[in-house]
Design a protein around this ligand. Structure first.
Ligand code: UD1
Ligand code: CA
Length: 486
């Protein structure tokens, strides 16, 4: 057992003077996820385009500050930590992983300074901040015969309760819970109970840790089950209650690939409904893939089979046509993305027109009203206001000013096999078709490059550069050749 919660001396001070109402959230995320049959840790599997655990952390941070959130990590701990550490939460390492009860045992030191702890499951990503708050408030306000509840279980009524632990009451009317029984240990009668344990709980810290050592491992997995705390606390004369969530779909976990895909579908469907409610038109919504963190402005139209991924932001009044895949990109207002564009890490200003079939790679900055057309690839490029590169072009490591025309088939030769070099094209330059610009090179303001030029030297402003073999014409040559071959 090892716990890592940062500043140890500060924690010790806190523990000596426990505030009565401090609330921590623990997120259990140390398990392997055996049923997914994966080499990746379960909580890093993605739904809605981000890891399961990141969704749970996002909900938790709406309820308590990140400093009071403890993610319990174990299997592939470093990978999990790295994936979510930006959120600023604390980590507790559970090594080895001996069950959900053991996960909490490992957090006992970290939780010493708190009065209550809410426990969430890192594999149930649909949980909402409202439901967490309701669980907290229900717990804090539940008491029987003047005694504060030691454990409150968030339960749900499921049509198909298969696989979940069942909530067993002392007497139904009393509201007092005497145990949670895992599916595998249920009697035939218990299996017919539809009120299940969601895997979310609130505990009063003092009775939890006063009794947690009583957990046993006499179950099919030989693990410490946190669910057994219901019985342990009940037997110790503590109060255990349950509150049923109205929103049963929020507690769904993801133990199998089929469940993961189902959660992903649910989450994306809800995302699309929220976008539509905010004024976005999405045709054939079941064909589009929109990640949880994507933002889209009002009156934008998304055509069928579009993917909007990662932290993408699309402005108002845009049209994103079919088969475009836009990832981690910022798009202004009134932009048209014609079919088949691929954008990754690009910024596109208002009124620009892209595609069909443009490929904007990281560092592409497309200016206001600029056009990037078919089979044009850009990378680390600033294309100025109103500039156009409409056909069959590669622009890499270039700074291109305003009002520039890049002819069809233009290539920036940015790579010499070892280093990348820069091409600078100043305002109002005209580059004729099929030109190769061998970097480093600068085309001065207002200059012209004749078609099919290979430009290896800087071109001064307002001048014409032609870099190609001179055309030779041999009149009558064909006739002569025919005569000779006869
Ligand atoms: C658990 C509950 C079950 C409940 C269900 C709801 C137990 C024993 N059972 O079952 O009653 O109906 O959730 O979804 O708790 N974890 C650790 N350390 C460990 C083991 C697991 O941190 O040693 C983490 C896992 O990464 C996971 C969470 O705890 O995020 C729940 O574990 P999981 O194995 O998925 O429990 P379930 O079988 O779903
Ligand atoms: Ca689970």
């Amino acid at each position: 057992m090892r716990n890592e919660t940062g500043n140890a001396s500060k924690k010790n001070q806190d523990r000596s003077a426990p505030a009565t109402n401090r609330i921590a959230i623990v997120i259990m995320a140390a398990g392997k996820g055996t049923r997914l049959k994966s080499k990746h840790p379960k909580v890093l599997h993605e739904v809605g385009g981000k890891p399961l655990l990141a969704h749970v952390i996002a909900a938790a941070t709406q309820v308590v500050p990140p400093a009071d959130i403890y993610a319990i990590i174990g299997h592939e701990a470093e990978r999990v930590r790295q994936a979510v550490q930006d959120a600023g939460v604390q980590f507790v390492v559970q090594e080895p992983q001996r069950g959900t009860g053991h996960a909490l045992m490992c957090a006992s030191k970290a939780l010493g300074a708190y009065h209550h702890v809410i426990v969430l499951s890192g594999d149930a990503p649909l949980i909402s901040p409202e439901t967490i708050r309701k669980l907290r408030d229900f717990h804090k306000n539940s008491s029987l015969q003047g005694k504060q509840a030691a454990m409150t279980i968030l339960s749900a009524e499921l049509e198909d309760p298969t696989g979940y632990g069942r909530v067993i009451y002392k007497e139904l009317k009393s509201g007092e819970v005497k145990a949670i029984v895992e599916e595998k240990s249920c009697t035939a009668a218990q299996r017919t109970i539809h009120e299940i344990n969601s895997g979310f709980y609130a505990f009063s810290v003092e009775p939890l840790f006063a009794n947690i050592e009583r957990l046993k491992t006499d179950n099919p997995h030989a693990e410490y089950y946190l669910t057994d705390m219901a019985q342990v606390l009940h037997k110790a004369g503590e109060i255990v209650v349950a509150t049923q969530t109205e929103n049963a779909s929020e507690i769904l976990g993801s133990n199998t690939r089929a469940e993961l895909v189902e959660l992903d579908r649910k989450m994306r469907r809800e995302k699309i409904l929220r976008l539509m409610a905010a004024g976005v038109t999405i045709f054939y919504p079941e064909t589009s893939v929109i990640d949880a963190d994507v933002e889209v402005g009002a009156d934008t139209v998304i055509e069928p089979f579009v993917q909007l991924l990662g932290r993408t932001r699309i402005g108002a009044d845009c049209r994103v046509r079919s088969y475009s895949v836009i990832q981690c990109s910022q798009i202004g207002d009134g932009v048209v993305v014609r079919p088949g564009c691929v954008l990754d890490g690009a910024r596109v200003a208002n009124g620009a027109v892209l595609g069909p079939y443009s490929h904007l790679r990281p560092g592409s900055e497309i200016g206001e009203g600029a056009h990037v057309g078919n089979f044009v690839e850009t990378k680390k490029v600033r294309l100025g206001k109103g500039s156009k590169a409409n056909h069959l072009t590669y622009l890499g490591d270039a700074e291109i000013g305003d009002g520039v025309n890049i002819g069809a088939g233009t290539i920036t030769c940015n790579y010499d096999g070892v280093h990348k070099h820069k091409t600078i094209i100043e305002d109002e330059v005209f580059v004729g078709s099929d030109s190769t610009l061998v970097a480093p090179v600068r085309l001065g303001k207002g200059s012209y490059v004749g078609a099919a030029s290979c430009i290896t030297e800087d071109v001064p402003a307002e001048s014409l550069a032609i870099g190609r073999g001179k055309q030779i014409v041999k009149e009558g040559w064909v006739k002569k050749k025919r005569r000779e071959s006869r």
